[in-house]
Design a protein around this ligand. Structure first.
Ligand SMILES: [Zn+2]
Length: 105
C-alpha cells in the first residue's frame, strides 16, 4: 500500500496540482465530528460533504487517517472543539475547560 505522500506526489506528477490543493484545504471544511466519522468508515457522512467526483471514499478515508494526528483527542459535546483532556459522562465527552465552566456555575 502506497503512503499518503506518494499519493500526493503521483497527483503532482500527473499535473493534478488542484487535487493536492483541495486535499490540503479539506481539513478546513470538514468538521472534527465529520473527520471522526470518516475515520470510523461511516459513509453516511458523504451526504453532508460536497466533494469532487474524483475523490472516492478510499482516498477520503486515507486522507482522514493522514489527518488523524493533529486531531487527536475527542470532540467536546459542549464547545465542539477537539480536546485531549476531559471526562466522559454517559459516553459523552466534555473537555476540561467546559468542565471547569460548568463547575463554576
Ligand atoms: Zn468543551
Amino acid at each position: 500500500m502506497e503512503s499518503w505522500e506518494q499519493r500526493l506526489v503521483e497527483f503532482l506528477r500527473r499535473g493534478q496540482r488542484d487535487r493536492v490543493q483541495f486535499l490540503d484545504g479539506l481539513k478546513n471544511s470538514v468538521l472534527p465530528m465529520q473527520l471522526r466519522r470518516i475515520q470510523q468508515n461511516d459513509k453516511t457522512v458523504l451526504k453532508e460533504l460536497v466533494l469532487p467526483a474524483w475523490l472516492d471514499w478510499d482516498l477520503l478515508y486515507e486522507w482522514s487517517l493522514h489527518h488523524a494526528g493533529p486531531l487527536k483527542g475527542r470532540e467536546c459535546i459542549l464547545c465542539n472543539r477537539n480536546a485531549e483532556h476531559g471526562h466522559f459522562y454517559n459516553d459523552k465527552f466534555i473537555c476540561e475547560e467546559c468542565l471547569l465552566n460548568v463547575k463554576g456555575l
